[in-house]
Design a protein around this ligand. Structure first.
Ligand code: GLC
Length: 798
């Protein structure tokens, strides 16, 4: 053992000394020093897990983050002994472990250093609180950039910043407020064109320093628990994202309606007001699928009750709204009102389900209902009970739940004191260990309950707080933001960051939660949110009476907002297919440009642009009065969505930004499936599927995924995957299709609208058979109908 001589208020730091012994068992290796043991587990050829037992004894190997279905699949691996190091190798990586001090150097197979320990693992007694602080420090490589960490409201590249995870009710947060609501201890490094990720699976308060304290050192630590991290090699950042999402789990497919437009407010009440809002959407022909009930639907904010005066017949209300194509989502908070007359309180109290302080007293604190107690969601018995409470909501037709205040938030204290006790699935821990997974497990229990009682329907959940892996059961929103232009930018950065942190199903409160946007800000926010997987307007205007609906800012804005919500609905086949890619492969739905063009340094710090799925590049308008905007396009060719002009990438272009347009580009070669206009998802049967096809000369693949949009039939193979590949040239347009078809759709033809054909042609070949091709339309596109079962379409220059 080596001990640092200078002590700090935390006690001396302990560094591992030389390796005395080692052993291999299956796919893991153990290295023993006089004090510390390192376990290296080869999970896959690009995923290695490192665990350190400070004083030789490992803690229980247990995680709330990792997916039950994670398979360990190292293809081939082994160990070599060198004079100064041990080398564990796989087909993709070499991990060198220094015999003297356990320090790691990880290289690719060609010997390029991907990640290297500075002091590596070390620890320190936490004198003030007990336990150990677990540290790891790494050298920052030349030109290294850092990404990830969930919802941090700051630049995408985290180099030079120090950030922490300790779920916080950050009402009215600002740029750089830290910590926020979510706890995602996962980051990416990118240097020399190669990307990797580190997932530090530890639920204590975790801190990450990306060269803030020392410019060339990246370190991370936790105030307890174990140093336990997964190293994931890319080199493609998107592959790192996929692997991280495989480790922490992919979601099920959401009901299709959840990809529609959501309208929320704190609060719509009484029921007549809810009906009025719904009616207004239909009257004005503004598409909408979801209406939310915030806390005022309850009786004195008692969860699982209804205010009898304002909502005398919730089932009737929900039924009528459903008949008009609306789904209802209700809020449920963790605070249970202390009220001896209230069944949920009585039951929880009787069964000992609520959290207690160290001295055995109930953990009591004020939230909306006044004095509350809080279920211990870290106890599996309590989670089952909580799940069972959703029966009554599901039975009256509620289709989705909104979990809020689950950091957990407590009015005066902020959150629970650290002495509060938790079960932690049988481990009995203090709040220091359970804080960061409290909301995570609340949402897990909620999702389980809703799923059970809504069967055979799919349900929908949105949560404010969570830990890594919550994407398996919930969506998230970015929390209590503000109606300001800076927050519009923050919403974009936060959603991109959440998306590459495993949580793609995300959005912000459109227009801002606190304050009042003007029509321009609201409109520009709607435009951005069309391309966020979750599109929800929400505001806290309950006291001011300010309205934040699509029609609240006058006809000029309403027209543009309607145009964009319509676009949202037209793009649903594309966004659903993008969701399927996420649910199947873990591919983030929103991709910062650094993640799609990592070899191009010009993309590394871009924050106001991103890809939504494979083929759409979005650069939202982020300033008041902006009439034009500079947009950086990565390599390749891009069509401007609103005019079809073809632009060559790897350069910055200037785009005019009238209120009813925003910079939006389609990758040349793409196939964009689209729905016709509709007022809510599945309102109309799709009798002809529209495919916008953009002529392109590079190989570009596109996907259309289809299923019932509800139910779980897709899990038994009832779905279609249609894969398009375009590879045209100056003489010929060429579109190939391959598919797996096992779900019956109402259509049997595609209507193809071809953009950008660079030559004149008179014939179309469908699987080799020629038919005449009509003349181009005024906008230059050529439109034709082909049977759904085509395999190859060609158009040859005449
Ligand atoms: C919290 C939520 C907000 C909600 C309010 C009332 O502030 O973040 O979205 O409207 O509580 O429930």
């Amino acid at each position: 053992m080596q001990v640092e001589t200078s002590s700090s208020k935390y006690g001396v730091k302990h560094y591992p000394d030389g390796i005395r012994e080692w052993k291999k068992e299956g796919n893991y290796f153990s290295f023993y020093t006089s004090e510390t043991t390192l376990e290296v587990r080869v999970i896959a050829d690009k995923i290695i897990r490192f665990r350190y037992a400070a004083e030789g004894t490992f803690q229980r190997d247990f995680s709330y983050a990792t997916s039950d279905t994670l398979e360990e699949s190292p293809i081939s691996f082994g160990i070599k002994e060198w004079e100064e190091t041990f080398e564990i190798y796989t087909d993709a990586l070499k991990v060198f472990i220094a015999r003297d001090n356990l320090r790691l150097t990880i290289t690719d197979t060609e010997g390029h250093v991907i990640n290297q320990d500075e002091m590596g693992y070390h620890w320190q007694h936490y004198l003030l609180k007990g336990g150990k602080i677990q540290y790891c420090s790494k050298l920052i490589q030349e030109g290294e950039r850092f990404y990830g960490l969930g919802d941090k409201p700051t630049e995408l590249n985290l180099r030079g910043k120090r950030l922490e995870n300790y779920g916080t009710d950050a009402y009215g947060f600002q740029k750089d407020t830290d910590p926020l609501y979510r706890n995602i201890p996962f980051y990416y490094g990118l240097h020399h064109g190669k990307g990797y990720g580190i997932f530090f699976d530890n639920t204590f308060r975790t801190i990450f320093d990306f060269g803030k304290e020392r410019a060339d050192v990246c370190s991370f630590w936790a105030r307890g628990g174990e140093m336990n991290y997964y190293f994931i090699y890319g080199p493609e950042l998107l592959d790192v994202a996929r692997a991280y999402t495989t480790i922490t789990g992919t979601p099920e497919l959401p009901p299709l309606w959840a990809l529609g437009y959501h309208q929320c407010r704190w609060s719509y009440y009484p029921d007549s007001r809810v009906r009025e809002i719904a009616k207004e959407f239909r009257k004005r022909k503004i598409p909408c699928d979801v209406i939310y009930l915030d806390i005022d639907y309850m009786d004195g904010f008692r969860c699982f009750t209804w205010n009898k005066e304002w909502f005398p017949d919730p089932a009737g209300l929900i039924r009528d709204l459903a008949a008009d194509g609306f789904k209802v989502v209700v809020i449920i908070d963790p605070g249970i009102k202390v009220d001896p007359e209230y069944a949920v309180y009585q039951e929880g109290l009787k069964n000992n389900y609520f959290c207690k302080r160290a001295d055995g007293a109930l953990m009591e604190g004020d939230v909306w209902p006044g004095k509350c107690v809080f279920p211990d969601f870290t106890n599996p018995v309590v989670r089952d009970w909580w799940s069972s409470l959703f029966k009554s909501l599901a039975e009256i037709g509620v289709r989705g739940v909104w979990n809020d205040m689950n950091e957990p938030a407590v009015f005066e204290m902020g959150t629970f004191p650290e002495d509060v006790r938790h079960d932690y699935d049988g481990e009995e821990v203090s709040h220091r260990k359970a804080h960061n997974i409290y909301g995570h497990l609340m949402s897990k229990a909620t999702a389980a309950g809703m799923k059970k009682y809504l069967m055979p329907h799919r349900s929908f959940l949105i949560t404010r707080s969570c830990y890594s892996g919550a994407q398996r059961w919930s969506s998230v929103w970015t929390g209590d933001n503000v109606s300001s232009w800076e927050h519009l930018w923050l919403a974009s950065v936060q959603c991109q960051r959440l998306s590459v942190s495993g949580i793609s199903f995300t959005g912000s409160d459109i227009g801002g939660f606190i304050g009042e946007p003007d029509g321009e800000l609201f409109t520009r926010w709607i435009q951005l949110a069309v391309f966020h997987p979750l599109m929800r307007t929400h505001s806290a205007s309950n006291e001011t009476g300010f309205n934040q609906e699509p029609w609240s800012f006058g006809p000029e804005y309403e027209k543009v907002v309607t145009k964009f919500i319509n676009l949202r609905y037209q793009l649903i086949p594309y966004s659903y297919s993008t969701f399927w890619q996420y649910a199947t492969y873990g591919t983030p739905m929103l991709r910062p440009l650094a993640f799609v063009a990592q070899d191009d340094e010009a993309t590394h710090n871009l924050t106001h642009e991103f890809m939504f799925g494979d083929n759409l590049l979005i650069s939202h308008v982020s300033e008041k009065g902006m009439t034009e905007k500079k947009v950086y396009l990565p390599a390749g060719k891009w069509y401007y969505f609103w005019g079809d002009n073809l632009v060559t990438g790897k350069q910055e272009v200037t785009v005019k930004t009238p209120l009813d347009e925003m910079p939006l580009f389609v990758k040349a070669g793409a196939v964009l499936p689209q729905y016709p206009e509709m007022q809510y998802t599945q309102q109309v049967a799709i009798t002809e599927m529209l495919l916008h096809v953009y002529y392109g000369e590079d190989v570009v693949r596109s996907i259309l995924y289809e299923d019932a949009g509800d139910h779980y039939g897709y899990k038994n193979g009832q779905y279609n995957i249609i894969r398009f590949k375009q590879r045209s040239d100056k003489q010929q347009f060429y579109l190939k299709k391959q598919c797996f078809i096992n779900y019956e759709t109402a259509y049997s033809n595609y209507r193809i609208v071809l953009h950008g054909l660079p030559f004149a042609a008179t014939t179309l070949l469908i699987d080799g058979k020629s038919t005449p091709l009509g003349k181009p339309a005024a906008d230059g596109t050529i439109s034709f109908v082909v049977p759904r079962n085509f395999e190859l379409i060609q158009i040859v220059k005449s």
